[in-house]
Design a protein around this ligand. Sequence first.
Ligand SMILES: *Cc1c(COP(=O)(O)O)cnc(C)c1O
Length: 401
Amino acid sequence: MSSQSNYHYPDALGHFGKYGGRFIPETLYAPLTELENFYRKIKDTPEFLSELEFYHKEFTGRPTPLTFAENLTKHYGKAAVYFKREDLCHTGAHKINNAIGQILIAIKMGKKRIIAETGAGQHGTAVATVCAKFGLNCTVYMGEKDIQRQAPNVARMKLLGASVVPVTSGSKTLKDATNEAIRDWVTHADNTHYIIGSAVGPHPYPMMVRDFQSVIGTETKEQLQQITGKLPDYILACVGGGSNAIGIFYPFITDESVRMIGIEAAGEGTETKKHAATLGKGSDGIFHGMRTYLIQDDKGQVIEPHSVSAGLDYPGVGPEHSYLHDIKRVQYVSATDKEALAAVKTISRTEGIIPALETAHALAYLEKLLPETKSGEIVVVNMSGRGDKDLATIMNELHIE
Ligand SMILES: *Cc1c(COP(=O)(O)O)cnc(C)c1O
């Protein structure tokens, strides 16, 4: 691999190599430019950084621990495994890191209303939470099908005071909810901020979401340094839109010895049509305002993805991952529904941690990776969220008595 010491992405126009950019209706050009300029102006100021740190400490629950997976490590007798515990964040996943960052920006820009899209309801819950805390009006778009399969998160959002708008177009899932949120923003951008839930969408969102999530990697680096005095040899993270993965990868991109692996959802298998392995099986296209890899047919129509985990069930991926894939800085692999479900059981019973189904895809890959590692090496897995929201699915699929 060539040296990454000059990794400065995105460029001024929001490009990661040929990916990213801004493919949008003309009415969104002004609000996106306003957002970008405002964000660039304050993002590195000591005032903003200390405000963010304050809320992370007293509300999000940061820094999250880096836990040594002692039993798993002993079982394989090879590399030492550590979990970065985003499952211990308030609301149960890494999504709140981005929601807090963006709402602080929205408030400073004078916005009174927040909108968001959600699939499994984790991002919607994080946004409803910060809206309640900071007193902003909150509308969450959610596919009708997802509303039915994710009832506990719908209840959480409503209890927090958000209005949840059912989306009945298309497949009634995440991509349709995103279309609806964009449509709302086109007509209300003057008083409304749109909080996107992953490192996707038009510039500056992929950059901004990455920056807010990179607290995960920054903390990991410091914590591992304190515990072992070393850098990790491997970092693993699951990839849906790619926000938890880019959050833990980004601070290590210029550390060439660190091997980074993103795990996509292979659903029922990448040889079938029922998967969500965008980088593994997709091709270059334009979707939700960005140029990126996309699961599409030969006419450029998006193919409906499939995964047992609603959070990975997205036909696109963040443009920075498309770039990191092409330059081979990150290796992208996949795990099936079955492998992820098995990993939920294994990790619950060996380590006493019930992972989210999304996270379980990254954990499933340990079974392939660990036998190939050497003792003395270090593997960090981003534990992106906890499995409470998935209990009904897990118990149903695993037939646990
Ligand atoms: C939403 C979610 C994901 C997938 O989103 P990314 O943007 O790819 O991180 C992964 N894990 C959990 C627990 C989630 O809630």
